[in-house]
Design a protein around this ligand. Structure first.
Ligand code: PAF
Length: 272
C-alpha cells in the first residue's frame, strides 16, 4: 500500500484517504467524494479494529460486507481499497499509550474505556501503510475527529485531517453502519436523538444551558425505551463540557443513547 501511495505521489498525484470499518453507507461515500475533489488518488480502508471495541458483543455483531463494499467503492471513484488482516496490520506492532489529554476524558471517554487509545493506534497503523496527504473523517464521530486532529498535531503526523459534515437520513437520523442492526420499531425510536439535538439547536444561546438540558430531557422522555447515556453541551474546539455559554459564538450538543441492541451517538453544532 505504501508503495502504491509513493508511486502516486512521485507521479504528481496526491493521496486522499478515507479510513472506515466497512458496511459503507452514503456518509462514507460522501467522504470519498470529498477526498476525490482534492486528490487524484483516493484510498479507502476497511478494517474492523478490535482494539477500539470495549464491548465484545458490539465487535461480534459489527456488520461486515466486504464484497458489497468493494463493489460500492468501485462505482464511487475510489482508486484503491486497503483491507488488511489484523496479523498483517499489527505485525511487529507494540501499542502506544498516547497522551490523549482532556479531549478523551468526557463523553465517549468514560463510557468506552480504551476506545480512543484503540482508535488512535489503528489510525497510526493505517497512516503508516497508506501514507496519505490528507485523511477524511466525519463530524458524526465528533470526538474522534477532534482527538485525531489533536494527536496528528501533537505527534507531527504529516497528514492533513479534513472534517466532513454528517450525512443524515430524511428524518434526521445520522447515517451509521450500526443503523443496519435496528429493527423497524427501533429505527423509528432512534430519530429521537436528532429531535433532541434540534431542540438544543433551537434553544441554544437563547436560554441558559441548564434550561436547554431540561428541554432536551423532556423531549427524550417521549421515547422511554431509548436509554440515554449522555447529553451535554461542549466547547466547539476542545469538547470541554459547558455549564454556561460565556462569550463563545459556537458550541456542540452531543448525545449517546442505547436504542434496542445498538448504542448510537450524534451531535450538532450550535451557532450563536
Ligand atoms: O470511524 C471509524 O470508522 C473508525 O473509528 C476508524 C477511524 C476507521 C478507525 O478504526
Amino acid at each position: 500500500m505504501a508503495e502504491w501511495s509513493a508511486r502516486s505521489r512521485r507521479e504528481g498525484r496526491s493521496v486522499g484517504f478515507v479510513p472506515t470499518m466497512g458496511a459503507l453507507h452514503e456518509g462514507h461515500l460522501a467522504l470519498v467524494a470529498e477526498a476525490r475533489r482534492s486528490h487524484p488518488s483516493v484510498v479507502c480502508s476497511i478494517f474492523v479494529n478490535p482494539l477500539q471495541f470495549n464491548n465484545l458483543n458490539d465487535l461480534e455483531h459489527y456488520p461486515r460486507q466486504l464484497e458489497a463494499d468493494r463493489a460500492l467503492l468501485l462505482k464511487t471513484g475510489c482508486d484503491a481499497l486497503f483491507a488488511p488482516q489484523a496479523d498483517g496490520l499489527f505485525a511487529g506492532f507494540v501499542p502506544t499509550t498516547y497522551s490523549l489529554g482532556a479531549i478523551a476524558s468526557h463523553w465517549e471517554g468514560p463510557s468506552r474505556p480504551g476506545h480512543f487509545q484503540g482508535v488512535v493506534n489503528v489510525v497510526e497503523r493505517l497512516f503508516h501503510y497508506v501514507r496519505p496527504d490528507a485523511a477524511y473523517f466525519g463530524e458524526k464521530d465528533r470526538q474522534q475527529l477532534t482527538l485525531i486532529r489533536h494527536i496528528a498535531e501533537q505527534e507531527r503526523w504529516p497528514v492533513r485531517i479534513v472534517p466532513c459534515p454528517t450525512v443524515r437520513e430524511a428524518d434526521g437520523l445520522a447515517m451509521s453502519s450500526r443503523n443496519a442492526r435496528l429493527n423497524a420499531k427501533d429505527r423509528q425510536k432512534a430519530t429521537i436523538l436528532y429531535r433532541a439535538l434540534t431542540v438544543a439547536r433551537e434553544l441554544g444561546f437563547q436560554h441558559p444551558i441548564p434550561a436547554v438540558e431540561q428541554a432536551v430531557a423532556a423531549t427524550l422522555a417521549q421515547e422511554p425505551d431509548v436509554v440515554l447515556d449522555y447529553f451535554g453541551i461542549a466547547d466547539h474546539d476542545t469538547l470541554e463540557p459547558l455549564t454556561q455559554w460565556g462569550d463563545r459564538s459556537m458550541a456542540v450538543a452531543l448525545i449517546a443513547a442505547q436504542v434496542g441492541p445498538v448504542r448510537l451517538i450524534d451531535n450538532l453544532t450550535l451557532v450563536r
